[in-house]
Design a protein around this ligand. Structure first.
Ligand code: TRP
Length: 340
């Protein structure tokens, strides 16, 4: 008998457990995940195995942050009744699928992946690229396909990984001779990537330009105060530039009142509007956005047993789903079977 067809489309996405999540994650995908959990069957992966691909020297950090990221999920409004939160390293089917898929990907294709190229450069691996790192897109394909996810909400930097996933899906299905695996579609926010507070293209904890979701009111204030604006806008009366001005980029991302933002931009360009005034508006918006997230996080952190239960239950559900897919792939590929 076939397993019953899930009536809702499946979402799988995840985060490396290397540190607490930040505002870039929120804009980039957490917001989409919260919005889609009613209409989809959602799994969120605490990607500790993938985190190890460039943190093998610091497994303690990777382990500690499993629960930290789970807390961030709960804090932003992920509801464990609708979304299963699961631990990657507790799902052995993912590792086994990775081994199988590696045979359907060429080394040249791995080297061509633009995301990987950027990340290798950013990490300064030189010639010492861990093989696990080089191959993590294949492991990520295993993550996505093991859940038969058709929807993957991610930041735009992850789009090449979804493309590579779908190539693997087609090859494996081609080999098996029927569509056991499902192609996935990336859901990327319209706004694109949130820059760091220093104006660099990417917000990242390691670059020191991130605002974490658990930031205190003071930390938010300080981050906004330090935010990169227009370096030539020295006096309020000077005309200023809005493009590349992080404060305005953030207003575009967080201010619901588009007309008011348009007026502010016009005023800033004309001259007569100081950085402080715009920053005050942004500070207010971010305080309003982050205060309930911070409070809910603190509340959940007071009940570690509850958080563990959520992760345990989510992982158990994920285990059933991923084991079933692995069994289908093994059978489809015709691996040797000891048991009849
Ligand atoms: N690569 C993602 C990141 O850098 C994390 C991740 C792991 C993921 N497995 C995934 C994302 C599967 C989407 C789907 O945060």
């Amino acid at each position: 008998m076939h397993a019953p067809v899930a009536e809702k489309p499946v979402i799988l996405t995840g985060d490396r457990t290397t540190g607490p999540l930040h505002l870039g994650h929120y804009v980039g995908s957490l917001k989409n995940r919260v919005a889609m959990q009613d209409t989809h069957r959602q799994f969120l992966l605490l990607a500790d195995m993938q985190a190890l691909t460039d943190n093998a020297h610091d497994p303690d950090k990777v382990r500690r942050n499993v629960i930290e990221v789970a807390l961030d999920y709960l804090a932003v409004g992920i509801d464990p009744a609708k979304t299963s939160i699961c631990v990657q390293s507790a799902l052995p089917a993912l590792a086994e699928l990775t081994m199988l898929y590696l045979n359907f990907v060429s080394v040249a294709r791995l080297e061509r992946n633009p995301t990987i190229k950027d990340e290798i450069r950013a990490r300064g691996f030189g010639r010492d690229i861990p093989a696990g790192f080089m191959c993590y897109p294949v492991a990520q394909a295993a993550d996505i396909t093991a859940f038969k996810a058709s929807v993957v909400p991610v930041g735009e930097d992850q789009a090449p990984l979804i493309e590579q996933t779908n190539e693997i899906v087609r090859r494996v299905n081609g080999q098996i001779g029927r569509d056991v695996l499902v192609e996935a579609q990336a859901v990327i926010p319209k706004m694109g990537r949130l820059p760091g507070i220093d104006g660099k293209a990417k917000m990242s904890k390691s670059l020191g330009n991130a605002l974490s979701l658990s930031a205190s009111a003071d930390e938010i204030g300080r981050a906004v105060h330090m935010m990169y604006t227009d370096p030539n806008h020295l006096r309020a009366s000077d005309p200023g530039t809005v493009e590349g001005n992080v404060v305005f980029t953030y207003l575009d991302a967080f201010d619901e009142d588009g007309d008011a933002v348009a007026d502010l931009k016009a005023h800033y360009r004309r001259g007569g509007l100081g950085d402080m005034a715009v920053k005050r508006r942004l500070d207010g918006l971010l305080q309003t956005l982050l205060a309930p997230i911070r409070e809910r996080r603190a509340e959940c952190a007071r009940y570690p047993e509850y958080v563990l239960d959520v992760v345990r239950e989510g992982t158990a559900k994920a285990r059933a789903v991923t084991d079933a897919t692995l069994a289908e792939v093994r059978r489809g590929l015709g691996l040797f079977r000891l048991a009849s």
